[in-house]
Design a protein around this ligand. Structure first.
Ligand code: F3S
Ligand code: F3S
Length: 105
């Protein structure tokens, strides 16, 4: 599946949302998250992110290895909400994101 790594934190450009045909990119307080069961691996979101935060999980740079599972872990309790625009923002970020100091824009 595709995942969103650290460059999105505190940037949240949101260009990716407009590209996703299945509305599976959910907004958290400081980063956006791809719901792995809803994502159809189309790849449309990856090239439009201006800070290159989106990766196919196997292609993640080592420095952001924690982001291989962060998006899926955020949905551990929420399951599959069935669409980000109807579900609204997520209540909290993954601990990996919450622990970061504010990222310079
Ligand atoms: Fe984040 Fe890039 Fe989308 S900054 S909100 S992953 S366009
Ligand atoms: Fe959505 Fe396709 Fe990306 S399903 S999250 S735009 S890979």
């Amino acid at each position: 599946t595709y995942v969103i790594a650290q460059p999105c934190v505190d940037v949240k450009d949101r260009a990716c949302i407009d590209e996703c045909p299945v509305d599976c990119i959910y907004e958290g307080p400081r980063k956006l998250y791809i719901q792995p069961d809803e994502c159809v691996d189309c790849g449309a979101c990856e090239p439009v992110c201006p800070v290159e935060a989106i990766f196919y999980d196997d292609d993640l740079p080592d420095e952001w290895g924690g982001y291989r599972t962060a998006d899926s872990e955020v949905f551990a309790d929420l399951g599959s909400p069935g669409g980000a625009s109807a579900a609204g923002p997520l209540p909290s970020d993954h601990p990996l994101v919450s622990a970061l100091a504010e990222q310079a824009a």
